[in-house]
Design a protein around this ligand. Structure first.
Ligand code: FDA
Length: 510
């Protein structure tokens, strides 16, 4: 049976309200903060610029399918911007009505950053891969954090809170929907690479029932990028459901924070635009909060803090604001398999495994699905690489926007690291790269990231627990704290770090 989607209250937030705690954003960091504060007896109000995603559309479904994007799919675009933009020489993008859809493809000069928009943040659109970094890599991920505490207390707590679980290996071995992953394993092993199973937050019992036809299909209908209608344990079903059950957490969707500044009588004045589904502002309100948690994601938090520092709204912030941003080394590619090596026309949209060449070549490659519904004879990979480049956000006063100085050419080290895996596999298998996924004769998806990290780095822009320097009562608690790379998919680390930080903040500050 499908897990129920709890209704997260569409709480009113009248202008002039005084709040003990306001949380900006409802992704991983924000949801952890809200739950733990509420359990400690603190009332929390969350504001989220995206929609609440609890109402079905005219087709009876909340979310659109990956292969048929519609008005629900993209955040305020009139044309889709699909990560995989072309197929067999044909462009895949198409016109759609402008709407506050669930996936944002936010464009900066040198990179497009994909993010979830709505109550649940990135958990609404991501692949659910719930990976704890290898212990020996942790020192480079978060150098100022005690690794023993993380691996003994906070990673286990995060995994439990997120509902992380493993696919049944026996089922996986014979399921037609994981033929693509088994082909990925065969090729990895024949070239001598370690192939590792990774946990996920998808409900595997549900997926097994999808395969028998007993329940409506979601992962097996290719749902992922524009939301899953069933099966995936998003934050709506885990942290946020628990938070709402405390009776102390309320959420206002389609509310976008535009300013935070010290209030005359103490606390912070927060300005919020209320949006309609065209993205137009229907009201602007001012509330006051004793404490504010920035949980708007690496990009959202960095953009807000960079502007608020530059425009003098938060003059005490230090010179580290906006710095240390990285793309988690993301780069994509496809390989063309032989006709005797099909990857299957039915592909589960939830990845289960990766090729670990981090030590030798600086790359961890997720064996990713291509849920097109037809046989593509292609293997598709999202590599996470040890890319050394870090970018910085700055305020462009003339243009009235925050800019990011990432250069597309900075992906070259990532490509080189990914090639340590795929050049070898191609040589062994006698295969070639696909050149039709990202344009015409273009091998590498080097224009994008799914994993923005940094911009308000722990121990630099904040103290070692996320307290912003210069303004007591302001905290960062999301991916902005992590300095650019986690060596694997990031949301478990974001959640575990939030668990660690909020425990100290509750004990010491509240
Ligand atoms: P997150 O982005 O989750 O939440 C921030 C929230 O704040 C958003 O809901 C946003 O709308 C809101 N917000 C922003 N600005 C605001 C403002 N001014 N006012 C109000 N609200 C505001 N990771 C992983 O570990 N495994 C995986 O399989 C994948 N797969 C994947 C696929 C795709 C397509 C994407 C886009 C991403 C992934 N990820 C992933 C990445 C993962 O989803 C991401 O790292 C986390 O969601 C980041 O968590 P945060 O808490 O930092 O912010």
């Amino acid at each position: 049976m499908a897990l129920p989607v709890p209704s997260v209250s569409a709480a009113p937030l009248p202008p002039g309200t005084r709040l003990p705690v306001l949380v900006i954003g409802t992704g991983y960091g924000g949801s952890v903060a809200a739950l733990r504060l509420a359990q400690a007896g603190v009332d929390v109000h969350m504001v989220e610029m995206g929609m609440s995603w609890d109402t079905p559309g005219p087709d009876g479904r909340v979310f659109a399918n990956t292969t048929r994007p519609d008005y629900r799919s993209f955040w305020l675009r009139t044309r889709t911007k699909q990560p995989l933009s072309n197929f067999l020489g044909f462009p895949l993008d198409k016109d759609i009505p402008r709407y506050t859809g669930v996936l944002d493809a936010e464009e900066f000069g040198g990179i497009t950053v994909y993010q979830g928009r709505g109550v649940g943040g990135g958990s609404l659109v991501n692949g659910g891969m719930a990976v704890t970094p290898r212990r020996e890599n942790f020192g480079a991920v978060l150098p100022t954090v005690n690794a023993d505490e993380m691996y003994e207390v906070y990673y286990p707590r995060a995994n439990a809170g997120l509902g992380v679980n493993q696919v049944d290996p026996d089922w996986w071995e014979s399921a037609p929907c994981y033929q693509y992953a088994r082909v990925g394993r065969k090729h990895a092993r024949r070239s001598g690479f370690p192939f590792v199973f990774v946990p996920n937050v998808y409900d595997w019992d549900y997926m097994e029932r999808e395969a028998t036809g007993a329940v409506p299909k979601s992962a097996l209908a290719g749902e992922v990028l524009y939301g899953n209608n069933h099966g995936k344990k998003t934050l709506r079903k885990t942290y946020l459901a628990e938070a709402e059950a405390t009776g102390r957490v309320s959420v206002s969707a389609l509310h976008k924070v535009t300013s935070v500044a010290p209030a005359p009588g103490g606390g912070y004045t927060v300005l919020i635009d209320e949006l309609d589904t065209t993205g137009a502002t229907t009201a602007t309100k001012s509330v006051t909060a004793d404490r504010v948690f920035f949980a708007a994601g690496s990009i959202g938090t960095s953009k807000l803090l960079t502007r608020l520092k530059a425009t003098g709204a938060l003059p005490g912030l230090n010179g580290e604001i906006g710095k240390g941003w990285g793309d988690n080394g993301n780069v994509m590619c496809g390989r063309a398999n032989h006709l005797w090596d099909p990857t299957g026309k039915l592909q589960s949209s939830m990845p289960t495994a990766g090729i670990d060449n981090w030590e030798a070549g600086g790359a961890f490659a997720e064996v990713a699905p291509l849920p097109t519904g037809i046989e593509t004879y292609a293997s598709f990979y999202l590599s996470i690489t040890k890319n050394p480049h870090r970018a910085e956000f700055t305020w462009n006063a003339a243009a009235g926007r925050v800019e990011l100085n990432w250069q597309t050419a900075w992906k070259q080290p990532s490509i080189d690291m990914a090639k340590t895996i795929f050049d070898k596999i191609n040589a062994k298998e006698g295969t070639i790269y696909r050149t039709d996924f990202f344009g015409f004769y273009k091998i590498w998806g080097d224009h994008l990231t799914y994993h923005p990290l940094g911009g308000a780095v722990l121990g630099r822009a904040t103290d070692n627990y996320g307290r912003l320097h210069g303004h007591p009562g302001l905290y960062v608690i999301d991916g902005a704290l992590i300095p650019g790379n986690t060596s694997v998919n990031p949301f478990v680390t974001i959640t575990a770090l939030a668990e660690r930080n909020i425990e100290t903040i509750i004990a010491a500050d509240l």
